[in-house]
Design a protein around this ligand. Structure first.
Ligand code: ZN
Length: 236
């Protein structure tokens, strides 16, 4: 979802600095395990193995290739199914004997038609919701609540965010956990719609959070405002 890297080429920082010969090819008999992760939702999609040829073909083409151990040959993911993996970034692990490959999948990754080969792999969540909101925002399908909000305009969306925030706050002090979670989910949804209404998305929000976390004071909280302990309030 990040706008950098939309070209499909191997343009991530990890890829640019990846030196194929510097990797530890000996430990695995010429193969490195490659964990494949959705660059947008962060969900783990599959595990494959790359030899030097597969890694080089991946870097050269921007399409993820593996070494097929059963067929003992170079294999471009999706060469038959069409469900290819477009490369976002590749990053070696700490001792250079495994790879993390971030991709933008074209269709389901698993041959069983599932998004991930790991059926219950965590991930998605807010990012999946953000992706759906983005699609609805562009396509405006009839009957969709996101379409209704889009047509109502930003003032209405902003009002909904305010209402849901207040309902979440009230639930936090006066209702059970299920109610708090329900209101928080409503708030999260409307907040994402608000970002899309302003031409932004969750990835832009995450970039701000990452920047704060990586700031000069790494020990500080990613949140900008301190929370005063009870009894030391600002008097408001
Ligand atoms: Zn699978």
């Amino acid at each position: 979802m990040s706008r950098q890297g939309e070209s499909g080429a191997a343009d991530g920082v990890g890829s640019r600095h990846l030196r194929v010969e510097a990797l530890d090819w000996d430990k695995g008999g010429g193969l490195l395990p490659a964990i494949v992760q959705d660059a947008c939702t962060h969900r783990v999609l599959m595990l494959g193995y790359m030899d030097r040829g597969a890694l080089q073909a991946t870097l050269d083409s921007g399409q993820v290739h593996f070494h097929s151990r059963s067929r003992a040959r170079l294999w471009r993911k999706g060469e038959q199914s069409g469900n290819t993996l477009e490369l976002a970034t590749i990053e070696p692990d700490c001792d250079a004997d495994a790879l993390l490959v971030r991709v933008r999948p074209r269709g389901p990754t698993c041959h069983l038609g599932r998004t991930s080969c790991f059926e219950h792999a965590a991930g998605g969540g807010l990012a999946e919701l953000d992706r759906t909101i983005g699609q609805r925002w562009r396509q405006r399908p009839v009957g969709s609540y996101t379409t209704q909000l889009a047509e109502a305009g930003i003032a209405r969306i902003a009002q909904k965010v305010g209402e849901e925030a207040v309902e979440t706050a009230i639930a936090a002090v006066a209702a059970d956990d299920a109610s708090v979670l329900g209101e928080a989910a409503d708030l999260a949804y409307h907040l994402l719609v608000l970002l899309h209404a302003r031409g932004m998305d969750l990835a832009a929000l995450e970039a701000v959070l990452r920047e704060r976390h990586a700031g000069p004071d790494r020990a500080s909280s990613p949140m900008p405002h301190r929370i005063d302990p009870p009894g030391t309030g600002t008097g408001k």
